[in-house]
Write a protein that binds this ligand. Structure first.
Ligand code: G3D
Ligand code: MG
Length: 206
């Protein structure tokens, strides 16, 4: 009788300025929807997505903000026990890129030292109307051990890629820090299903 691989819950938090498209990215990823009018004051939301990465069932627990970032009021309690942080900025708004750099500094000081980071340069569908220094953004991402993805919640591009990248790297860290048994089969990635939830349930994959 073969034993089931352990299931893993990874906590991922979204960070970035207000209106850069954090909520839109999560809703596109989990529910495959996009709304031109995204309410600014939606409640703090928690959504889950199930994946199987290299044979390991994963529940990705995604935490979005309730808009507190607009009042500089997102404290460490939000990201303290996060396995991963997706830093989002608006490709049309240089201030929001500067804000990402500030978030990174804060995470480096306050979050788990093993936190996995990725950067989403969002609203890439608007790129035509502006020059974008991709190299600068990419070299910054590399300098903090992250990867840069151009995303568009509107078009649905780059989104599966960024979430898969961050989940895969966070899983590797869990493995290397002893959070998982090492001898698991490598089977590629299968998206199992999406499961919006109202309340956090950190139980995982049963
Ligand atoms: P936030 O959660 O970071 O605050 P939202 O951001 O997801 O609420 O999005 C803020 C605004 O940006 C919304 O428009 C939303 O439709 C828009 N938006 C989000 N992602 C994209 C994208 O990829 N491309 C484009 N063109 N727009 C996007 P409103 O009109 O409500 O301000
Ligand atoms: Mg939001």
């Amino acid at each position: 009788m073969s034993s089931k691989p352990p299931c893993v819950t990874l906590k991922l938090v979204l960070l970035g300025d207000g209106r850069v498209g954090k909520t839109s990215l999560v809703l596109r990823y989990v529910n495959n929807v996009f709304s031109e009018k995204q309410e600014a004051t939606v409640q703090a939301s928690y959504l889950t997505k199930r994946l199987v990465i290299e044979g390991v069932p994963i529940t990705l627990a995604i935490w979005d903000t309730a808009g507190q970032e607009r009042f500089q009021a997102l404290g460490p309690i939000y990201y303290r026990d996060a396995d991963a942080a997706l830093l989002v900025y608006d490709i049309m708004d240089n201030n929001s890129f500067i804000r990402v750099r500030n978030w990174v500094k804060e995470l480096q000081q306050m979050a788990s030292k093993n936190i996995t980071m990725a950067i989403a340069a969002n609203k890439s569908d608007l790129l035509r109307s502006r020059k974008f220094d991709r190299q600068e953004a990419e070299s910054y991402a590399t300098s903090i051990g992250a990867k840069l993805f151009l995303t568009s919640a509107k078009l649905g591009t780059g989104i599966d890629e960024v979430f898969l990248d961050i989940a895969t790297r966070a899983l590797q860290i869990k493995r290397s820090t002893g959070g998982l048994s090492p001898a698991l089969p490598r089977k590629g990635t299968i998206i199992v299903d999406d499961e919006p939830e109202k309340e956090p349930q950190m139980k995982c994959c049963s």
